[in-house]
Design a protein around this ligand. Structure first.
Ligand SMILES: Nc1ncnc2c1ncn2[C@@H]1O[C@H](COP(=O)(O)OP(=O)(O)OP(=O)(O)O)[C@@H](O)[C@H]1O
Ligand SMILES: [Mg+2]
Length: 265
């Protein structure tokens, strides 16, 4: 971990609902529990899922007089005024840069579509985490697949965009982007569809330059604690002591595995 400059972790995919905000939150809490100083930035501030989750968490802590690891949080929504975009983008960039000397990592949650804040996030990334479900629709964002020949076709929209980001970062002297494609909401039963998606993701990883993380299964625990702002990682806190099931233990392990992908050996 760097002594002076935060590692910037961007959670993104050009696709809604794949679990970006859920992963941003769980990763932030996990890294804080590991002792890292973390700031989070919600660049999807209009929807504001991550911001609301953290606001619920702060309220829960206040009401129950309990101290849980909670990152310093910032929220930005894109301006609707086209003539202010350049100014607003520069402001947000300044805010991100001002956090870098203060934290070990800054985790940025993005919207599921391209806009100037989405692009700014990618230009700031050291690690890029792309959640993907076990759906052929999600796979299509990474690569087109010719199902007659069984071969990968053209890069998908998002893989193409990440290629452009890598070229931009290289032009700025940053030769390595730690791109992690992570499964999310993965069904626990065996399915042909799931196998096809992951076989292709595995095959394409070298070509597109990402590492594939098994990621998070489809579990109720990732969604049922939103109103309290809690995560499965908090359940054993001494003031909570909630019952842990086998699924909860497995969920904690999944988050741990993802966290381990962030700083490659
Ligand atoms: N591993 C999981 N298991 C079960 N439900 C999940 C999991 N991950 C996310 N969800 C649920 O899926 C939905 C979408 O998740 P989330 O809001 O994190 O996605 P997103 O990519 O941030 O969406 P958006 O593009 O709209 O910002 C939410 O209802 C969330 O609770
Ligand atoms: Mg989101």
């Amino acid at each position: 971990m760097s002594d002076t400059v935060a590692h910037t972790i961007v959670i993104s995919n050009e696709k809604g609902g794949t679990g970006k905000s859920t992963i941003a939150l769980h990763l932030a809490i996990k890294l804080m529990q590991e002792g890292y100083k973390i700031a989070t930035i919600d660049l999807d501030g209009r929807q504001g899922t991550l911001s609301q989750y953290l606001a619920n968490r702060a309220m829960f802590c206040l009401k129950n007089n309990i101290k849980l690891p909670t990152p310093q949080h910032f929220k930005f929504a894109p301006t609707d005024n086209y003539s202010h975009i350049a100014e607003h983008s520069a402001c947000v960039e300044m805010q991100i840069n001002s956090l870098l000397p203060l934290y070990d990592a800054v985790i940025i949650d993005t919207s599921g579509h391209k806009n100037y804040l989405f692009e700014l996030a990618h230009k700031s990334a050291d690690t890029l985490i792309t959640p993907i479900t076990d759906s052929l629709i999600d796979l299509n964002l990474i690569s087109e697949i010719d199902f007659n020949s069984g071969k990968a076709g053209k890069p998908g929209v998002y893989a193409n965009y990440v290629w452009d980001v890598k070229k931009y970062l290289a032009s700025q002297g940053k030769s390595y982007l730690n791109w992690i494609v992570v499964g999310n909401k993965i069904g626990s039963t065996k399915s042909r569809n799931k196998n096809i998606v992951f076989e292709y993701l595995e095959k394409l990883s070298k070509l597109y330059g990402y590492r594939l993380c098994d990621g998070l299964k489809d579990r109720v625990i990732y969604k049922e604690l939103f109103l309290e702002g809690l995560t499965v990682l908090d359940l054993q806190h001494e003031q909570l002591k909630r019952r842990m099931t086998l699924s909860h233990i497995a969920a904690k392990q999944e988050i741990k595995q993802l966290a381990e992908f962030i700083w490659p050996e």
